[in-house]
Design a protein around this ligand. Structure first.
Ligand code: HGY
Ligand code: MN
Ligand code: MN
Length: 416
């Protein structure tokens, strides 16, 4: 007996071809992608996505953060749409699948509904959120944060990249400032399909991650003030060494995360020395501490301890220390009804699956503030992501897209 909707599967080859076509835009240097938000490559990827959506019969609108919404009408225009979303922007040394898999799988669901002549009661909208990565402009999940009312639009527009360019100016430069008010549209439900970016699904040999929660995050930007001095002629006892203070803080963050196991992470990915000259002790050191946990108490406890111990470290070295939270969201519990729809879809399709907590942050975390939301995950090779060697199989990609297809149909209501 065929499983319910046995024929409702995506076209795996067409999905894979779209992923490879998008990967040709903003190529990296080692097989991945460098399609950072609001660059010309991002603009090119947006245009390609818009062409594909229009070719699939969807109408595309854009809001003031540049987020793209491609709509396939339902039979009842009064009903709120079911959204499928993720992001097309990448890290500077990103993979081909982080974010892109979710956006293009949403498109593939629409293409498959068209092929099968499926009509849904609720409209279905495929979304490309601007600046999910937060690599060029902090924080991450910027546009979805504004959409959820957690981040102010003017603050978002003011965010600067390492070259001092603002988000607002760059969005205007690439010609993607939309006229739609951010957050004006309402959602019946939101689904995000994403690679796991961790090792669990592959290690457990599961095809599908039924995502029940996402860990919360703090991005703490430290500015340490030392004294610029000659690295050769300045005696050790006369140094005000901001670089040394930074290294002790990074070591302390590692200790705090380890002591808070299980379920906590902490580290530093970006450091800026000034004047950044080999034979000058840094006058200023700016770096961002990234800490995460699914446990609210642990997350906030780590933040308090790190800020207190950083102040002590700096005081002992005579280094000035200031800290600003430049990114934050609390741990997220996804909508149980949608989580069940994902689990049922995996069961109907005969895909192995397990519950999982997302280690990485996603736009779904902000969508969950304003609508029922959940996620679907597929494995990735070695759990590697935010690395150009990020890799998945075509089978993994399409299995998750099949589950997305079924969960969306279940939620949007199929019209017989
Ligand atoms: O930081 C994150 O978790 C996401 O990749 N932007
Ligand atoms: Mn992502
Ligand atoms: Mn990412």
């Amino acid at each position: 007996m065929a499983a319910p909707g046995e024929n409702m599967r995506v076209n795996a080859d067409r999905l894979w071809d779209s992923l490879m076509d998008m990967a040709r835009i903003g190529p990296g240097v080692a097989g991945g992608n460098n399609r950072q938000t609001l660059t010309d490559a991002d603009a090119e990827g947006r245009s390609l996505f818009r062409r594909w959506c229009e070719a699939a019969g969807m109408s595309v609108s854009v809001d003031r953060m540049g987020t793209m919404f491609a709509t396939r009408p339902g039979t009842d225009p009064e009903l709120l749409p079911v959204y499928i979303g993720s992001h097309l922007d990448t890290q500077p040394t990103g993979g081909k699948y982080d974010g892109v898999l979710g956006v293009l799988s949403g498109l593939e669901v629409i293409r498959s509904m068209n092929d099968l002549g499926i009509r849904t009661k609720h409209p279905v909208v495929v979304t490309n959120w601007t600046n999910e990565e937060g690599a060029r402009f902090a924080p991450a999940m910027l546009a979805s944060g504004v959409f959820a009312g957690a981040i102010d639009l003017d603050y978002a527009y003011s965010r600067k990249d390492p070259d001092g360019k603002t988000f607002g100016d760059e969005l205007k430069r690439i010609g993607w400032v939309g006229d739609e008010e951010v957050g004006a549209r309402k959602m019946h439900a939101y689904f995000e399909y994403h690679i796991e970016q961790g090792p669990i699904l592959e290690a457990e040999e599961k095809q599908i991650g039924v995502v029940t929660h996402c860990q919360g995050l703090w991005w703490l930007e430290f500015t340490l003030t030392g004294r610029e001095a000659h690295t050769g002629s300045t005696p050790m006892n006369m140094r005000v060494n901001a670089g040394l203070a930074m290294s002790r803080i990074i070591e302390m963050v590692q200790t705090v995360a380890i002591e808070n196991q299980p379920g906590c992470v902490g580290g530093v990915g970006q450091v800026k020395f000034s004047p950044n000259s080999r034979n000058v002790l840094p006058g200023t050191v700016i770096f961002t501490v990234d800490i995460r946990s699914p446990d609210q108490k642990k997350l906030d406890g780590m933040r308090a301890r790190i800020e207190a111990e950083a102040a002590t470290i700096c005081e002992a070295l005579g280094v000035g220390c200031s800290v600003e939270a430049v990114g934050h969201f609390d741990p997220v519990t996804f909508d149980p009804t949608l989580v069940s729809a994902v689990r049922k879809a995996a069961e109907d399709l005969g895909y192995s699956h397990m519950n999982i907590i997302s280690g990485a942050g996603h736009d779904a975390c902000w969508a969950a503030k304003v609508a029922p939301a959940t996620m679907i995950m597929c494995p990735c090779v070695g759990g590697l992501s935010h690395n150009e060697a990020e890799d998945i199989s075509k089978d993994w990609a399409s299995a998750g897209a099949d589950v997305l297809f079924h969960a969306v149909i279940e939620t949007a209501g199929i019209v017989e």
